[in-house]
Design a protein around this ligand. Structure first.
Ligand code: FEO
Ligand code: CA
Ligand code: CA
Ligand code: CA
Length: 650
């Protein structure tokens, strides 16, 4: 939809043009689409005039693209294999029963692979090695689609329709799974009866609480008078891996599990700020009082945290690390500084929410794993303020400083962490277009931030880092710490610095449709493919960006599949996106991660068949089994190259 530009938006347009095209506009390159031609083109680093003048496809990614069309089945670029490794209901624990979709039980689900796989981590075996053919796969199970799991439910009314048994299955299908996997030839398989196999669930797993909010009166419930322990973790979206080989599971949309009126609690302002609105998206509170805030008013304060656990020890107790703040966490990506302090990046995935980073006080000890167990309890959380001049400032959330005082309702650092959003807003953090994954690139030292979309941003609300009103397609930002320049960028980046620079890598959408205002490399329409709603990302060993997308219900409208796209970040192919792998219909793509040698890319196909009138009996796809009576199943897919050569080559 085109709007009359306001004088403010004209001013911002000018800034964005500068931020997008400092180096290239002066060289007179023209962009592909009309909108792009009018307002500048994607930046390209360290280009020579010769490189700019080169004809042909400038990308280092030479694979032949996958068909950019939606199909019932998944499909991958020619010359690559896509193998379904594990599906919802498959065995995780050795004594798990065979999956029978017509006879599901909570006890079986506690031992089987959960629903809606999101984050995926590959941890080599033995621990600390770089083995790319044997390891642990650690997978978040974010949420469920009851209408696809149980016959007879509808998407609209399932909260009222689900019975107690279905509700417990639903709770057990949330959480996390650890499986041991091994590659023989070009096929991966799950190792049966692995001593590492584990399910963490929302229904049964005991979890500790640590850091400044632990023990707060606001964390205490009738189950837990200490405020130090909680049953379960929910809505585990993306995540991360620490340098000492533990896994971080991000609790994202925790608000959707609670019923009851926030105004009837002493936490009304807090709960409103996180979107609790009286109505639950799940049936849990009908059978478990702790999800009804009028019965258990502090329970929502015990969710929205970053959860750490040790996948190498199946008996380890996961810990909610409250030093990393409470919000709708998407991702927790770690990088060590030269002095071995740790930095963790995390986004708060909601419209107009913020980007955060945590800097530890202690140092990672590579020689003694147990010395690292408190690094995520002692440190400083910062929130990002993006200035229009291309600077990003990191503002510390420290109790007693600036506005974070008792006058504003903060009586302790625990309060600052429980109400992280309120603290960030008081500090003047920039409201972003839904921060999803944020990841440091260890090759070039810069940090990449996926902003998935924000159709509620009004023209008068645009700023240089969120430059489009009604942003339906999302964009990708690049944050540049001091030192992150040139070939040594990955080693020199100062991720703890209080000031970074930032640039726009791309504005997503169709470059051939002027209404989208998309901006990529100018030859994207010719040699690549457009994308919408960047969600997760990862990097290959050359530092190239691999992007997974989640268009949600817009997939049907945009009529392009969700899946994996890849582009160069440096050199003449910067921001020329190519399409590599297509999800099946109505699925989103999550969890991309490479093995250390880049020979396998693992991806998570989440909620195949979700949307519209699609239900168990009549789903829009039956991926991956395609058998009558069997609904679609969220699955992990292992992608390998069929012939020799590097991943990303033809
Ligand atoms: Fe669970 Fe922000 O995606
Ligand atoms: Ca996501
Ligand atoms: Ca990622
Ligand atoms: Ca998503």
């Amino acid at each position: 939809m085109t709007k009359e530009p306001t004088s403010q938006s004209q001013h911002l347009e000018e800034i964005v043009r500068t931020r997008l095209s400092r180096r290239t506009a002066v060289k007179g390159l023209l962009a592909g689409g009309a909108a792009a031609a009018a307002s500048g083109i994607a930046p390209m680093r360290w280009l020579t005039d010769t490189a700019l003048a080169a004809a042909g496809d400038p990308s280092t990614l030479t694979f032949k693209q996958a068909d950019h069309v939606i199909k019932d089945d998944h499909h991958v670029a020619p010359g690559y294999n896509a193998q379904v490794l594990i599906r919802w209901g498959d065995k995780v624990l050795g004594d798990a029963p065979e999956w029978d979709v017509n006879n599901l039980t909570p006890e079986a689900q506690e031992k089987q692979f959960g629903y809606n796989n999101d984050f995926v981590a590959y941890l080599p075996l033995p621990a600390g090695s770089s083995n790319s053919e044997h390891g642990l796969l650690c997978v978040n199970h974010e949420y469920t689609n009851g209408e696809m799991m149980f016959d007879g439910l509808t998407r609209k009314d399932k909260v009222a329709q689900m019975d107690a048994r279905q509700t417990d299955i639903d709770m057990s299908a949330h959480g996390h799974a650890v499986i041991e996997i091994r590659k023989t030839g070009d096929q991966w398989e799950v190792v049966e009866n692995s001593p590492y196999a584990r399910r963490i669930s929302a229904r049964t797993t005991e979890i500790a609480i640590s850091g400044p909010a632990a023990g707060s009166d606001r964390m205490k419930t009738s189950y837990d008078a200490t405020g130090m322990r909680v049953i379960g973790t929910i809505n585990n979206c993306a995540g991360g891996v620490t340098p000492w080989g533990t896994v971080l599971m991000a609790e994202e949309n925790f608000h959707g599990y609670f019923s009851g009126d926030p105004e009837k609690t002493s936490e009304a302002e807090n709960y409103r700020s996180y979107g609790l609105a009286g109505k639950s998206r799940y049936s849990w509170s009908r059978f478990h009082d702790r999800f009804d805030i009028e019965k258990e008013p502090n329970e929502p304060n015990r969710f929205g945290w970053m959860v750490e656990f040790d996948p190498y020890d199946p008996n380890s107790v996961p810990v909610k690390r409250t030093s990393l703040g409470r919000f709708k966490h998407e991702a927790a990506t770690c990088v060590t500084l030269p002095d071995n302090r740790l930095v963790v990046y995390s986004g708060d995935d909601e419209r107009f929410e913020h980007l955060y980073k945590y800097v530890s006080n202690g140092r990672f000890d590579p020689n003694n794993r147990t010395n690292n167990q408190d690094l995520l309890d002692d440190g400083t959380l910062f929130v990002a303020k993006f200035e229009d001049d291309g600077i990003v400032r990191w503002l510390p959330l420290v109790w007693g400083t600036g506005p974070l005082t008792p006058e504003n309702g903060f009586r302790s650092q625990g309060d600052v962490m429980i109400e992280t959003r309120k603290a960030a807003k008081l500090l003047g953090a920039t409201p972003m277009d839904r921060p999803e994954d944020v990841e440091p690139n260890l090759v070039n030292g810069r940090v990449y931030m996926m902003l998935t979309n924000n159709t509620r941003r009004k023209p008068e609300q645009v700023d240089a880092a969120n430059p489009r009103a009604e942003n339906a397609f999302g964009h990708i930002l690049e944050l540049i710490p001091p030192g992150a320049r040139g070939p040594e960028g990955g080693k020199m980046a100062e991720h703890d610095a209080l000031t970074f620079k930032w640039e726009i890598v791309m504005l997503c959408g169709d470059p051939n449709n002027p209404d989208h205002g998309a901006k990529y490399h100018p030859q994207t329409a010719e040699y690549g493919a457009w994308l919408a709603a960047p969600d997760n990302c990862t990097f290959d060993n050359q530092g190239r960006l691999w992007i997974s997308t989640d268009q949600g219900s817009s997939q049907r409208k945009n009529n392009i599949p969700d899946g994996m796209y890849a582009c160069d970040l440096d050199g003449p192919g910067r921001a020329l996106t190519k399409f590599f792998y297509a999800c099946p219909r109505d699925a989103e793509m999550c969890g991309p991660v490479f093995t250390p040698d880049n020979s396998t890319l693992f991806v998570a196909v989440q909620h195949p068949g979700e949307g519209g009138e699609s239900v168990f009996a009549n789903p829009s796809t039956r991926f991956p089994d395609f058998q009558d009576g069997v609904p679609p199943r969220p699955s992990i897919v292992a992608i390998t190259k069929a012939s020799s050569g590097s991943f990303g080559d033809a």
